[in-house]
Design a protein around this ligand. Structure first.
Ligand code: AGP
Length: 609
């Protein structure tokens, strides 16, 4: 989390830095700051609690000027969100530094620095880095060498950028475990956590490698690897016109992104037909890897983990492939026993999630036959580190609550099921059925979007509630989990999901007339079982909100509210029902007046542990 932007130019850079921060706000938004070196080589600083708009106001009141600068939007790890803890952090009235990541040995370093006479003003882990740098500068090191000395002492994850009034044209930066990209300009150079922040000024980028240290000035750009050797890194052109983040007439990005799903799903599915062989959409060499796969291990976090949970049903039931699914933060630290010929599948919208990346990087040398990532961001760390890649074509997702990324991940996972199923348990006819269902998917999603007003009417009942239960059975259980996550994430209503058969083993005790119970209840093999579970809820005074197609046979009556869903092929029901639950959360949050696109305490890209 946290977003970094930096510039070394021959023109004023404050507006470039602010625009970069606006584009990076998805990485954190509890405080923001900016430091510039002005023409007289003075350090100029703004730090504000709150969103980037607070920093803009400070800049409007007291404009900072300068051609060299760094800026930061924060998601607090160490130290509460406040102006004091906001970055940049300062040392010796000459250095200013911004950081994304966590310095794990900050406590020990802090003690050493205090012993040397440094005074700390913040509660952050970051402040040790700026004082360390300062101590190396005092020993006579140039800024670059001071950074190289400093990073040798750091444990944890970092992207760092620093300016120094004694080196007024330079920004020096380093990365390990947190992303950093160089934007190459003409007579100016830039740095950022994500190339999106710099699309306004350049279309040429260098994605730094682990351990790299970089020095930029308006006229120069030098990269050094972890051992201090100068290195050339590949330059990538990314068209500046690829995507523009605007609301397109919607009130929120989340709503816009929910409505973009028919197009995003169609574009993601179209990849499988656009290439000469069906497996090519997973990258070169996919066919040879898939021939050997006997089991799948899926690793992901949050919503992406729910996509993995859905995929387990598809992979085992349709393709006959044993599949394990685990959250990355647990998987990465667990001693595991992995079946022979297992494919590691990571799922990540951003491609930068620290736990998922660590899970991939920590996988044993011979543990998996290959790694495949399903991601929405080309050039992301997970994409660059994986053997095979399936890119979802969701387009930029800005709302913190993941919507179109999730449903397009499911399309990717269904295509993977087909790819593996074709080699084993799946009949030609079943493959054909799945393909036809995928072709029809955008239409079913569109029909669901047209239920918006009915879902909005239903949502009113949730506003005064503090808790909600989401129930599903079989493949709809992870969809209930995703529905509950969406509701708690943006409306702050405590929501839990259960496989409906588990209710009687404890959670049924929670049910009373104050507990809305949402049921994901399409007509399927487990419907009658689910109906019995819902009767248990009703007979204890629970109020039911049932998402079901007509074939499921539910009727609205006292304390039972049925939302009529389109009847669609079984295999795509998890995707179609998800869309209705997204709209439910959106309308609840909207009426509660929460910040739908930037819910409290969260960030879009979780690049810390
Ligand atoms: C979803 O609404 C969340 N914002 C969150 O759970 C997210 O899915 C998770 O942090 C994983 O992110 P990733 O897909 O970018 O790896």
């Amino acid at each position: 989390m946290c977003g970094i932007v930096a510039a070394a130019a021959r023109r004023e850079v404050s507006e470039i830095l602010l625009e970069g921060l606006r584009r990076l706000e998805y990485r954190g938004y509890d405080s923001a700051g900016m430091a510039l070196v002005d023409n007289e080589h003075n350090l100029q600083l703004h730090k504000q609690q709150g969103k980037v708009c607070e920093l803009e106001k400070a800049q409007a009141m007291r404009p900072l000027l300068g051609c060299t600068g760094i800026a930061h939007t924060r998601w607090a790890t160490h130290g509460e969100p406040s102006a004091v803890n906001a970055h940049p952090h300062i040392s010796g009235q000459r250095l200013a530094l911004v950081h994304n990541g966590i310095i794990e040995n900050h406590a020990a370093l802090r003690e050493q620095l205090i012993a040397q006479g440094y005074e700390f003003t913040s509660a952050t882990d970051t402040e040790v880095v700026v004082h360390l740098l300062h101590s190396f500068l005092l020993q006579g090191n140039p800024l670059l060498a001071a950074m190289q000395e400093t990073v040798c002492l750091l444990e944890g994850a970092y992207a760092l950028a620093v300016v120094d009034i004694e080196h007024p044209d330079e920004v020096v930066a380093a990365r390990k475990g947190s992303p950093l990209v160089v934007g190459v300009g003409i007579g100016e150079n830039f740095l950022a956590s994500d190339q999106l922040a710099l699309r306004q000024v350049t279309d040429r980028f260098i994605f730094l490698e682990e351990g790299d240290v970089v020095q930029i000035s308006p006229s120069s750009l030098q990269i050094f690897d972890e051992s201090g050797n100068p290195v050339e890194r590949a330059r990538t052109m990314i068209s500046a016109a690829v995507e523009v983040a605007d609301l397109g007439g919607f009130d929120h990005y989340m709503l816009k992104e929910i409505h973009e799903q028919p197009r995003a799903l169609a574009a993601t599915f179209a990849q499988s037909a656009a290439l000469p062989a069906a497996d090519d959409c997973f990258g070169a060499g996919a066919a040879a890897v898939f021939d050997r796969v006997r089991a799948v291990q899926i690793v992901a976090c949050g919503t992406s983990f729910h996509a993995g949970m859905v995929a387990r049903y598809w992979l085992e039931e349709l393709a006959g492939i044993p599949c394990q699914v685990e959250v990355a933060s647990e998987f990465r630290y667990r001693k595991r026993v992995t079946r022979p010929d297992t494919l590691l599948v990571t799922i990540s919208q951003s491609g930068e999630t620290a736990d998922t990346l660590a899970a991939l990087r920590n996988a044993g040398a011979d543990e998996f036959i290959a790694s495949l990532v399903i991601s929405n961001v080309d050039n992301s760390s997970l994409v660059r580190d994986s053997d095979l890649v399936f890119l979802t074509r969701a387009g930029m997702e800005i709302g913190v609550a993941s919507t179109k990324a999730f449903t397009t991940q499911l399309v990717g996972l269904l295509l993977l099921t087909l790819a593996l199923g074709r080699r084993g348990a799946m009949t030609e006819q079943k493959q054909q059925e799945v393909m036809v269902a995928l072709q029809g998917l955008p239409d079913y999603v569109q029909q669901t979007l047209e239920l918006d007003s009915a879902i909005e009417r239903l949502s009113g009942a949730f506003i005064p509630r503090h808790h909600a239960l989401f129930l599903g059975r079989g493949i709809q259980y992870p969809i209930a989990m995703e529905g509950a996550l969406k509701l708690k994430e943006i409306s702050y209503i405590h929501a839990e999901a259960y496989p409906a058969g588990e209710l009687k083993h404890g959670p049924l005790a929670l049910v009373d007339d104050d507990m809305p119970v949402v049921a994901v209840a399409p007509s399927d093999d487990l419907l009658e079982k689910l109906k019995s579970n819902l009767e248990e809820v009703r007979s204890r005074g629970g109020e039911l909100y049932v998402f079901a197609d007509r074939q499921a046979g539910f009727v609205s009556e006292a304390r039972v509210h049925v939302l009529p869903m389109p009847h669609c092929p079984e295999v795509i029901k998890p995707i179609v029902y998800t869309v209705a639950l997204q709209l439910l959360s959106y309308h609840v949050a909207l009426q509660k007046g929460t910040d739908v696109d930037k819910p409290r305490n969260l960030a879009k890209s979780v690049t810390v542990e």
